[in-house]
Write a protein that binds this ligand. Structure first.
Ligand code: GTP
Ligand code: MG
Length: 244
């Protein structure tokens, strides 16, 4: 009798160990994607003097939500089935200023050699009937572990501040009413989504106009020496000399 219980405990322990390892790969994948986006953010800041990435948030789906989603969608409750079918266990959300930034960031991520694009859902060009807009990418990235490489799915949502503002509120309301939002409120939300779209278009337009002016005056700018890296004009001249 004792051995049956012991065996059962052993197999539960093994299962827990596999599950913890399973979740860890998603945590590492999130860290990798976060690092990639932070590098883009800093590089943008330096090269363009303008940073399209406003903020980045990431989340790991809880084990409970993973199991609930697998049940709801009728997937097998094995780790390999969950890995293949539930592709939003690791989620990253990037908020940017303008609609054009969404595609700029998306292109930059897709151009990275170790990122494989699996799926694109463009709710910016094709908003959902309720007015929801965002660009969703499912990507796959390799996570190098001590004894194996795991290709891990990550869901990346890219949206403007206005889109984010709208979807956070809609999400809260949706939960408050358990998905059954009263008709008038629903209509108001769709109207608000339209206002957010108009705001995005207006901001993009202003941004374009300002950009044109900036391009003209760039010629008058001098080289920004010093800064946090302490690169003086003298150091630069020495590098130049070494090259020749
Ligand atoms: P899930 O099975 O829920 O992940 O949806 P899906 O597989 O149909 O994917 P989809 O790309 O449509 O949505 C994925 C995620 O986008 C959701 O988990 C939300 O974070 C977000 N999302 C999609 N639609 C809406 C919406 O109408 N309102 C809000 N606030 N968020 C949404
Ligand atoms: Mg989801």
């Amino acid at each position: 009798m004792a051995t049956i219980v012991e065996n059962e405990l052993d197999s539960l322990k093994n299962l827990k160990d596999s599950f913890v390892r399973f979740m860890m790969t998603y945590k590492f994948a999130l860290e990798e994607v976060n690092t990639k986006i932070n590098i883009l953010k800093q590089e943008f800041q330096y090269a363009d003097d303008y940073n399209p990435i406003e903020h980045i948030t990431s989340r790991l789906k809880s084990p409970e939500s993973i199991i609930n989603k697998a049940y709801r969608k009728g997937f097998d409750l094995t780790l390999s089935s969950i890995k293949e079918n539930i592709r939003d266990i690791a989620g990253v959300r990037i908020t940017c200023s303008f609609i054009s930034d969404i595609y700029k960031i998306s292109r930059m991520l897709q151009n990275q050699k170790d990122i494989k694009l699996i799926e694109v859902k463009d709710y910016v060009k094709n908003p959902k009937p309720n007015g929801y807009r965002s660009l969703h990418l499912i990507i796959q990235i390799p996570v190098f572990m001590s004894n194996r490489v795991n290709d891990v799915y990550v869901e990346v949502q890219i949206r403007t501040i206005a889109m984010d503002f709208w979807s956070s509120l809609e999400h809260k309301i949706y939960y408050k009413y358990s998905g059954e939002i009263p008709k008038e409120l629903k209509e108001e939300l769709t109207e608000a989504a339209f206002s957010a779209l108009k705001l995005d278009e207006k901001m993009e337009n202003i941004h374009d106009q300002v950009n044109k002016i900036k391009k003209h005056s760039q010629f008058e700018q001098s080289l920004p020496f010093e800064g946090p890296l302490q690169i003086t004009e003298e150091i630069l001249r020495q590098i130049q000399q070494n090259k020749e």
